[in-house]
Design a protein around this ligand. Structure first.
Ligand code: FMN
Ligand code: FE2
Ligand code: FE2
Length: 402
């Protein structure tokens, strides 16, 4: 019987779909769900690469047995210890007590700490090698993509890269798992949202990993979330490369809070002027409507960022503050920043935004606009000036890129 699980040769997909969870890591909405991918190499020695969330263990075990029946698994390779992948580790060990766990120095401390599992270990360092028979695996340490123990496993026989969360994206596997056999449209935005929110802070470790993998003859990327990439490898690596360099497209994200619509009118005036100046990519996010994960994704996407907030109890509007801290947490680099705010009796929002501007090290564009209560002629003029300064800065880059 031809296995529906076959990726190529003896490499099989044995992952599962989560269509139940509302928020990944209790934070990130999953409109298209998420998959937890695991892979089985059915060679003279059988190797399982990563596991799945514990909630899906029974489905997972059934998939494994569809491929290898009652034969034992010799190795469990752990590329990443986050519980969405290591969750089934203890149960796998119970079902396959002789399994040898393959990991690096950091991995085994976590296995014992999270699961109390000890036993025979195969400890690998950067560049180490494991032969399964036909398949020859090499291990590459890729620390801090996005945990300290993260590594990748490359099958030198078939050119399959088991990349852990690297190159992952949100979105379940609906039927086929191979990119050649499905419409992959929904995954691209979800890849940007996944990268920027989950991995976003670790641009430099991702760049180091990309350099390390640079010369490998990769024919398939098997990450732990989303499709198996074959015909889209260059595109997928390109997305991760650009995002991890904090490289961005021409465009402006306007992020604002507004209780009664006055601050929002400043945002509208800025957006209209940006458009009049020929900027096409303008994304407006009302912070209390848009989930922060979409805001962060758009900030990774576009070079311009304009933030606005009313004053609230002598502070910046709390929901805007939450976005500011998310930007700082991810150490986003190289954005053009403008800001504006409002108050009725003693302004605080614009002051707080000035502090943020300092911390972010972004290039400040135009003059900040502060409005008392509601829009006046002067507020329109100042908002338009800010928008024009941003548009000019973006257009200067256009010329430089020509
Ligand atoms: C709950 C609440 C608290 C506020 N606290 C302050 C404040 O501490 N200082 C101030 O100058 N204005 C304060 N304001 C006034 C708003 O900052 C001001 O009216 C602003 O224009 C509101 O913008 P919006 O219409 O976009 O919500 C407060 C308003 C509300 C509703
Ligand atoms: Fe992870
Ligand atoms: Fe993950």
């Amino acid at each position: 019987m031809e296995h529906k699980t076959r990726i190529k040769g003896n490499v099989h997909y044995v992952g599962v779909n989560d269509r139940t969870k509302h928020r990944f890591e209790s934070m990130w909405p999953l409109p298209y769900g998420v998959s937890y991918n695991s892979y089985l190499i059915d060679d003279e020695m059988v190797a399982l690469v990563d596991t799945v969330d514990i909630c899906y263990f029974e489905v997972y075990l059934r998939k494994i047995k569809q491929v290898i029946g009652e034969r034992p698994i010799n190795y469990l390779i752990i590329n990443h210890m986050e519980p969405d992948h290591s969750g089934s580790l203890r149960l796998i060990k119970q079902h396959y007590p002789d399994i040898v766990i393959v990991g690096n120095k950091q991995t085994f401390g976590m296995i014992e700490g999270f699961y109390g599992v000890t036993g025979e270990q195969y400890l690998v360092k950067d560049g180490d090698f494991l032969a399964l028979g036909h398949h020859k695996l090499r291990f590459y340490m890729t620390p801090m993509v996005h945990w300290p123990e993260t590594m990748m496993t490359f099958d030198e026989t078939d050119g399959v890269l088991f990349s852990g969360d690297g190159f992952g994206c949100f979105g379940t596997i609906d039927g086929g798992f191979l990119d050649t056999k499905m419409n992959v449209d929904k995954y691209w935005d979800e890849m940007v949202r996944y990268y920027s929110n989950i991995v976003g802070k670790y641009g430099s470790p991702v760049q180091k990993a990309l350099q390390k993998l640079g010369g490998l003859p990769i024919s398939a990327i098997c990450s732990t979330h989303g499709p198996v990439w074959t015909e889209n490898i260059a595109k997928v690596i390109g997305i991760y490369d650009r995002l991890s360099r904090y490289d961005a497209d021409e465009g402006v994200v306007i992020v604002y809070g507004s209780m009664y619509g006055n601050t929002e009118q400043m945002a509208e005036a800025i957006a209209e002027e940006l458009s009049a100046q020929g900027i096409k990519n303008i994304v407006m996010h009302n912070v209390t409507k848009s989930h922060p994960s979409y805001i962060i994704a758009d900030i990774f996407r576009y070079k311009g960022l304009i933030i606005g907030s009313p004053t609230y109890s002598n502070q910046i509007f709390p929901e805007v503050d939450a976005v500011l801290s998310k930007i700082l947490l991810r150490e986003v680099k190289g954005r053009y920043l403008g800001y504006f705010g409002s108050f009725a009796w003693a302004g605080a929002a614009v002051k707080r935004l000035a502090e943020f501007a300092e911390k972010s090290k972004f290039e400040l564009i135009g003059d900040p606009v502060e409005m008392k209560m509601a829009m006046k002629e002067l507020t329109y003029t100042q908002s338009e000036n800010l928008a024009r300064a941003m548009a000019d800065r973006l257009k200067k880059d256009r010329k430089n890129n020509e």
